[in-house]
Design a protein around this ligand. Structure first.
Ligand code: ARG
Length: 422
């Protein structure tokens, strides 16, 4: 008999009957709540939920735990991973000035390997043989989760119910009602939202009309710039080896500093990003992000890095940063090249220490000054004032040799720089 394409499954996709215990990455929302029942029903296995606190603001995590247990989970883990997320994942994005396609601070992407790592860890602890996640079959997250999970544990099976079940929204709600799964009060909210310390990603609804301005009801962290204070606010961020360590002179753990900057930046409407994005699977999608802290920190970091690096480093590092960002966006956290590039990025960042002054004003974060013991800037060389040290009389000799080839080539074809006919 010919197999329908629906029945073709990759070897790592769990089949009913081969799973005893499953760890479900649980957000507490409708999709993952339906999954608890659906997995128990379809796979006849035990479900343990895992919810990571990575700075998402929408849910009370004690309620999330209670809900999971009420819906049939045998255990519900809630783990505070804010520090792990900030120190071991966000730091890398900062050092790489990570902006995918020059726009998106990889806010969702950077959290996926952390979730995968924790899921594999809890699966090991619980002796589970499968991990379930809520990704669809059209997005990037399935690629990120499956790749990282399988790299960390090649034996584990994966269940991605939304990719499998083919339920429409209405069918899902019907299923939820039938199984007494609470329907969220904001069920008519058209947006799909993913939130963590590093930013808030919004998809769906009117955002899908790429020609239309996204209405401000998609905003939760940022004020519309026109409603931001009329007075600018100045802040100072201090970096040590590429990592922010103090805000306005006060030392702070990175996750707290990011939290504080999200509030301050959001107040000034900083970090609103409208982006038509190239997904891994080839689809272009319109995404809407709020990332005040990420926007401010990357801007400050880039400026400081430029001040302490030579021009050759400044020409080359953005190429490495871009490659690293593309790899992480594309779910290849475990790829050796990602780590190889990190070695270079870390090396350069060893000297990125100092303080950057930023002005926040109506949607903008502007660098107003920087100070570093490693700055390659020397006022005595740069100045046009008295007391300058640069030997201007050496310049003509330099220019004569430096421009030799270009001048020669220009003259070769009659001085008009015309390419010879071939
Ligand atoms: N496009 C972004 C990414 O792939 C964000 C996805 C966010 N997901 C969501 N449900 N809003 O990293």
């Amino acid at each position: 008999m010919k197999k329908s394409s629906k029945n073709i499954t990759s070897s790592y996709v769990a089949k009913p009957g081969e799973v005893d215990k499953c760890i479900l990455l649980y957000s507490g929302g409708l999709d993952t709540s339906v999954m608890i029942k659906w997995i128990i029903e379809k796979y006849g296995c035990e479900v343990i939920t895992l919810t990571l606190d990575i700075g998402q603001k929408t849910k009370d995590l004690n309620e999330v735990r209670d809900k999971a247990l009420k819906l049939g989970a045998t255990k519900a883990y809630i783990i505070d991973a804010k520090q792990d997320f900030a120190d071991n994942y966000i730091t890398k994005a900062i050092k790489a000035n990570a902006l995918y396609e020059d726009a998106y601070p990889i806010t969702t992407a950077i959290a996926r390997p952390l979730k995968a790592k924790w899921a594999v860890e809890i699966a090991k602890k619980e002796g589970a043989d499968a991990i379930a996640h809520g990704s669809t079959g059209k997005g990037n997250d399935q690629v990120r989760f499956d790749t990282t999970i399988l790299a960390l544990n090649p034996e584990i099976k994966i269940i991605a119910p939304v990719r499998e079940w083919g339920l429409s929204r209405d069918e899902e709600i019907k299923y939820a009602k039938k199984h007494s799964i609470p329907i969220p009060i904001d069920i008519n909210n058209p947006y799909s939202i993913d939130e963590n310390l590093w930013g808030r990603s919004v998809e769906c609804g009117e955002i899908e009309y790429i020609d239309r301005e996204v209405s401000y009801d998609a905003l939760a962290w940022c004020r519309p710039p026109e409603d931001a204070p009329d007075k600018p606010e100045y802040i100072n961020i201090t970096f040590h080896k590429g990592i922010p360590i103090a805000l306005n002179g006060e030392n702070m753990e990175l996750w707290r500093l990011i939290n504080a900057l999200n509030i301050i930046g959001g107040r000034h409407g900083v970090g609103i990003i409208d982006h038509v994005e190239d997904r891994i699977i080839g689809i272009k999608s319109r995404e809407f992000y709020e990332a005040p802290a990420a926007t401010i920190i990357i801007k400050a970091h880039k400026d400081l890095e430029k001040t302490v690096c030579t021009r050759y480093e400044n020409w080359f590092k953005p190429i490495v940063d871009k490659e690293w960002t593309n790899l992480v966006y594309s779910g290849l956290w475990v790829e050796p090249l990602t780590k190889d590039l990190e070695a270079f990025i870390n090396k350069v960042n060893n000297k990125v220490s100092g303080t950057v002054k930023i002005k926040l004003y109506k949607g903008n974060a502007m660098v107003m000054g920087r100070d570093s013991p490693n700055a390659l800037y020397d006022k005595k060389l740069a100045t046009y004032e008295e007391g300058q040290l640069f030997n201007q009389s050496a310049s003509p000799g330099f220019i004569e040799i430096y421009s030799l080839q270009s001048r020669y080539a220009y003259q070769l074809n009659g001085g008009l720089n015309i390419e010879p006919d071939i």
